[in-house]
Design a protein around this ligand. Structure first.
Ligand code: F6P
Length: 524
């Protein structure tokens, strides 16, 4: 198969882009006022409006031809069938199996039974914590969950709990991710060890930040409650049961998931335990159901109506044909405030790659910088850059049709601003006063959720997961490894003894920097 950039379909798309170059986005609307309906697609209850993208019917045809040429349909089949799509780690990526009911084989073993057993254990344990059957060392009910984890072992539960919670009377979840001690200090401030359950989420059970926080949390519990606190107050979500047991947890406190679940795709596994405790297993299962509904569409919809595939293709159009180096995600929902961070990990850790699956350097750009934040506050900050900055950018707006709080009137204002921003970015404004002029022609997609509920959250997350997989397939990269994060970890291991004052062989730049830090720390 020719590489993405030299493929005939891509060359045809570049010629099509050049032919479209003289047209503004608003011209496309003038020519066809019906394009709203033509370019809006439903997916698992979500409506995805691509009509403010710089696309015509011919663009979509060309993009779908590219997807066919890159055998996207075959790649989707391989993902769901459990083939080893994580090439460099020689593993399948079967997060989809966690939300389905299908028999899938890994190394000749059917994994469905394990998945169902895992779900059943989550159900029993989360119910027991919620209704007070599983109690702490003093016999008190749990009022708080301290959720320790980083990256994919924290971002998913955090996004979902923020979006859907809190629930009155249910245990409140506090997340601790960073090894910065201020984070754990703040999280345990004002809570009682006797009523706190600690969930340590780590696929590997070796991540320095999480294990450091787990040790500190254990010391906090044991100091207040004695040695038996660990068994009563600490549980783990991990793929490495052996390490969790060696660390001191009873086997029955370990909620296992398979090595075939990627860290940033793990919210559907036992990593979702804080969700089940905070919101109930019913909510967690509705989350899984929403994601599964998107899985079904991704597997079966024809490419020209396949929303995750279209999101991927339009992303590639913006990145590789129109040259947008950044992509802003703009949820008009305070409850989705962590969703941008979630997508930064999902998209940039998956697709921030410079070689293809065979290790050959790429001749084209891959993942854009993903950034953004919640509207309307962003309108009083970086939206200025969106409207009048010098760089091309594409945006995703995310709105919920129904109010997310008590005031319908406030929700109306929120919606008015979301609609206005995408219109303003598209149309711009011409005026003789150049400092006021907005060039417009900035493309955006708007995802409309009927409501911010568990099913739609599952659908939203899965939509982006499959967008990432589809883009990686088109670019020919491995979406499931993250080797780039290793170098910094290795160097940190070499630097730490020197930070602590021991002799160590350091790069002169690091030696210099540590000297500055040590000097300021000692106040000299
Ligand atoms: O930063 C690399 C990474 O491996 C992420 O992919 C992962 O989500 C995170 O670290 C946490 O890893 P673990 O779940 O093994 O603690």
């Amino acid at each position: 198969m020719p590489s993405f950039s030299s493929s005939p379909a891509w060359q045809a798309l570049l010629a099509h882009r050049d032919a479209l170059a003289g047209k503004r986005l608003s011209d496309l609307w003038d020519e066809d006022p019906q394009r709203g309906a033509q370019f809006t697609f439903g997916c698992a209850g979500l409506q995805v409006d691509f009509s403010k993208q710089r696309i015509t019917a011919a663009t979509l045809e060309g993009l779908v031809a590219l997807a066919r040429e890159r055998d996207l349909t075959g790649a989707v089949g391989r993902l769901f069938a459990g083939e080893r799509v994580n090439v460099t780690e020689n593993r399948p990526a079967l997060h989809t199996a966690l939300r389905g009911e299908e028999h899938v084989l890994v190394d000749g073993q059917d994994i469905l039974e394990d998945i169902e057993r895992g779900r059943q254990r989550l159900r029993v344990f989360s119910n027991a914590v919620r209704d007070g059957q599983w109690k702490g060392a003093t016999g008190a009910r749990f009022t708080h969950v301290l959720a320790l984890g980083i990256g994919g072992s924290a971002l998913g539960p955090r996004v979902v709990i923020e979006a859907l919670g809190p629930e009155n009377g249910a245990p409140q979840v506090r997340f601790v991710t960073n090894i910065d001690p201020a984070e754990l200090d703040a999280a345990i401030d004002g809570i009682d060890p006797a009523t706190t359950l600690v969930v340590v989420a780590s696929k590997t059970f070796t991540t320095q930040e999480t294990m450091g926080n787990a040790a500190a949390a254990r010391a906090w519990l044991v100091a207040a409650l004695g040695d038996e606190a660990t068994a009563k107050h600490m549980v783990a979500a991990t793929a490495n049961a052996q390490a969790a047991v060696a660390w001191g947890l009873p086997e029955c406190n370990v909620f296992l998931f398979g090595e075939w679940v990627g860290g940033r795709y793990s919210v559907w596994s036992s990593v979702g335990l804080p969700i089940a405790i905070a919101l109930g297993m019913g909510a967690f299962e509705r989350l899984l159901a929403g994601a599964h509904a998107v899985d079904l569409e991704f597997r079966s919809s024809p490419l020209d109506h396949n929303v995750p595939a279209l999101m991927a293709l339009i992303g590639i159009w913006n990145r590789n044909a129109l040259g947008a180096p950044t992509h802003a995600v703009l949820p008009y929902a305070t409850r989705l405030q962590s969703f941008v961070a979630y997508l930064q990990q999902l998209e940039m850790e998956s697709a921030g790659k410079r070689v293809d699956e065979q290790g050959n350097p790429l001749e084209f750009a891959t993942c854009p910088v993903i950034w953004g934040g919640v509207g309307t506050p962003g309108q009083h900050a970086y939206h200025q850059w969106l409207h009048q900055g010098t760089d091309p950018v594409s945006c995703d707006f995310i709105v919920a049709a129904r109010p997310m709080g008590s005031s319908a009137a406030h929700h109306e204002i929120l919606l008015a601003h979301a609609c206005a921003q995408s219109e303003a970015l598209m149309t711009g404004m011409a005026t003789m006063e150049s400092h006021r002029a907005c060039p417009g022609d900035r493309p955006s997609t708007t995802i409309v959720m009927p409501a911010l509920d568990a099913f739609q959250m599952g659908a939203l997350i899965a939509l982006y997961e499959h967008k990432v997989y589809a883009q990686s397939t088109l670019w020919g990269i491995d979406a499931f490894d993250q080797w780039g994060v290793e170098l910094g970890k290795t160097i940190a291991g070499q630097v730490l003894p020197a930070v602590r004052g021991a002799d160590a062989v350091l790069h002169p730049a690091t030696h210099h920097l540590l000297g500055v830090i040590h000097k300021l720390a000692s106040g000299t």
